[in-house]
Design a binder for this molecule. Sequence first.
Ligand code: MG
Length: 398
Amino acid sequence: MNLASYACDSALSRGRRIPELVAPTRSDFQRDRDRIVHSTAFRRLVYKTQVFLNHEGDLFRTRLTHSLEVAQLGRSIARTLRLNEDLVEAIALAHDLGHTPYGHAGQDALNACLKQHNPHSAGFEHNLQSLRVVDTLEERYPQFDGLNLAFETREGILKHCSRRNARHIDAREPGGVARRFVDQTGADPVWRQPSLEAQLANLADEIAYNAHDMDDGVRSGLLSLEQLEDVPLFSRFRRETLGVHPALGGRRLLFETIRRMLSAQVYDVIDATGLALQAAAPADVDAVRQHPALVCFSSQMAMESASLKGFLLQNLYRHPQVVRTTQAAQQVVRDLFEVYLSDPAQMPQAHLDRFGGPAAAPATAAKPERIVADYIAGMTDRFATKEHERLKGHAIFT
Ligand code: MG
């Protein structure tokens, strides 16, 4: 890999929490990517909701196909910018590992349950949960909990974090992955951003979901091609497509429009980020961390992307049909939380073992409500639905 000086070089990694020997044929970031792909949490992504619930159709994006699309976009931009492709891929594949079943609806419900149960609770944040999965919750290796990933991969996974949770993490790991979310007054140097690879995985996430949610929205019948004409980015590339293929219609017109839109966004990020890097000329990764975000769209594309996002929020994520399933999903999560908390024996033994006593590993010991939240967060849509039916005696999705 011909890396730029400001890219993350695995040979200069800040390392793993528990030191390990370097693998003979793979870099640390390749190894992280491989550990993520082999994890249980990764396999669960295939049955977790992106926007449409898993049982609503076989062709909609799931968290797994979404994560693969993010990795694809991230890698191709990284290669051109001479960033570390393996690191971008590892972050992209892990970025959604902490998502609950039923997408954002599940997360909101779980967050509300935790806060209702204990007003002082730190609540539920999916980025932090992704970090918990790779740091603690995966149980595969004899020597450590979690996957023991490299600092740079973990830094990228913790995309957002409340200040309060950041303080907790920073107390355990001073100057570590949560440092940039802690109030850094007086700190030297001040960390504003993660690596360019992490910034890129983040922007690739946005590019991917904006595009595929349009596609899934039309596939579901909740969005029409006519409606999408109101979105400047879409109408521009639809016109461009029709200019070249005047007879094109239906699905192929939709796909070709989205394909052109995606590729324009990729080139836009490459150009705008290239200019930003030229102007800032960061000497190395630490200089990148001290600089405001460098991976970016041009201002025109940023505006168009924001307007597409606003359109999807109004017309798809808040569509009455999506909201209806959202409410049912939230009911499932609330019911599961209540049942497990009052009758923990309904959970499998491995989760009961975390409740304390001599069998509990100190690293994974946690409050009962957190153990319940971890269990629910790990569920796939269909497992949560089945489990709800078993415990409540009726089906909630009809
Ligand atoms: Mg995502």
